[in-house]
Design a protein around this ligand. Structure first.
Ligand SMILES: [Zn+2]
Ligand SMILES: [Zn+2]
Ligand SMILES: [Zn+2]
Ligand SMILES: [Zn+2]
Length: 227
């Protein structure tokens, strides 16, 4: 069982923020001296709310340079949440594909909501919605402002905190395992612990071969002062 949360954490100051554009904008009125809202920085950014379509407790607010390409955003989504074995991905709006070479400012001049799919087999689907365009200090192509608080799952066999997922049992809702139960789990006894997926605060946890190992690369998406 999941303890649902829509609370996110500000990556600059660790404050808790609710998942709506009003809360995000009002937080940044004061966080970082209001820099984001004052709009005096040299770089034009787009604030995007990104969430998993079918598990929206996984969500992010990012600032993306308005001249960044969709390919840059695709790379980010793979790094932070998705990459397992190099599956295909696609941005679209109302079933019309948005080319990867397109720049974000071209896209948002036409649409405010973008759909995204990673892996056309065991797919993970996301939506990206524009919150606002802002001027801010230049901190690179893409930075995470808010990330959902890590959801806690209870072990399916006892009530301790789950640390791993059995990909075979997850579809029956029985795949969450705590440290002590994972060693005795029936699939582990048959195939060994390697089959378990770790919980990585990603909507792709437990899907295909996702282990989040690419997470080593995500530092660059967080403000420098906090890591
Ligand atoms: Zn903050
Ligand atoms: Zn895969
Ligand atoms: Zn357990
Ligand atoms: Zn299992």
């Amino acid at each position: 069982m999941r303890r649902a949360t829509t609370i996110g954490i500000c990556t600059y100051c660790n404050a808790e923020i609710s998942k709506n554009s009003r809360s995000v904008l009002s937080h940044f009125l004061t966080c970082r001296g209001g820099q984001l809202i004052k709009g005096t920085g040299a770089a034009t950014y787009v604030l995007l709310l990104i969430q998993a379509q079918y598990s929206p407790h996984y969500w992010l607010v990012v600032k993306v340079r308005s001249d960044a390409s969709m390919k840059t955003i695709d790379k980010f989504l793979r790094d932070i949440w998705l990459e397992c074995c190099g599956h295909m991905s696609e941005f679209s709006n109302k079933n019309t594909t948005i080319p990867m070479a397109r720049h974000l400012n071209q896209v948002i001049s036409e649409v405010l909501k973008i759909d995204y799919i990673y892996d056309f087999g065991s797919s993970t689907e996301l939506t990206l919605s524009m919150i606002q365009t802002i001027q801010d200090v230049d901190e690179g192509n893409l930075l995470i402002l808010v990330r959902n608080k890590t959801p806690e799952y209870e072990c399916s066999s006892c009530d301790k905190k789950a640390v791993a997922i059995c990909p075979y049992c997850i579809d029956e809702g029985e795949g969450f395992l705590c440290q002590s139960c994972s060693g005795q789990h029936k699939c582990v006894l048959e195939e060994g612990e390697d089959l378990l997926s770790p919980l990585m605060n990603s909507p792709r946890d437990g899907v295909c071969g996702y282990t989040g190992s690419i997470n080593k690369q995500i530092k660059k998406y967080f403000p420098k002062n906090i890591i």
